[in-house]
Design a binder for this molecule. Sequence first.
Ligand SMILES: [Zn+2]
Length: 252
Amino acid sequence: MTLPLTRRATLAGAAALPLATLTAGSVAAGSHGGSAALPNARSFRLGTMGVTTLLDASFPRDGFKDAFAKDVPAEEFNRITEENFISPDMVQFYFTPTLVDTGAELVLFDTGLGRGGITKALADAGVTPDAIDVVVITHMHPDHIGGLMTDDVPTFPNARYVAGRAEYDGWLSMGQNRVTDVIAGKVTPLAEKTTFIEDGATVAPGITAMAAFGHTPGHMTYRLESGGAQLVLTADVANHYVLSFGVMPKSW
Ligand SMILES: [Zn+2]
């Protein structure tokens, strides 16, 4: 016998599930898309491109309001979190690099925390690290550049790299801090293989950089266009809203 669930119970249950569970069984797309049961990779098509979100890691953190809604009055914050069946205290973080198969190249946007999750998620999508042609960095927070190097060796041995000029220079101009320490270990060793770009640069056919400075000194978003369809990879631009309300993974 199946017990009827109220809408609240159903949604609350769904909200508590890890993304891996929610995305299992999603549709594979692209020539590198993998199988139908993908615990850490979720694919769809955008025109002729294959787009795959890769779950590098996910874990809960406390201090939800301070991190994402500091300026929102407590009463409003509590009302909205309750209406959306999410905890006002804990927030579930998702670290979700994105793979784009252009048909000619495999382009990886961001690399996760650097704890091995990205290569596991790629394996679930049927992709080995040496198959990545281009690694694009949206911005240089550690959870986006951590996977560039593994034990001081490039994780993606055959890739070329793309990152924002203003982002790299902006961080380096600040002097040493927690982030620049990570940049020194993860980005600088690859600087000679990196194309540092400006607003409007074409990364690959159908992939255009768009400056979205603010979250970091030179944060770049990327517009994908294929077959009349468009998508903007924003990375953390929208996360103060989107992540707060648990709508989508962090990368979107
Ligand atoms: Zn960030």
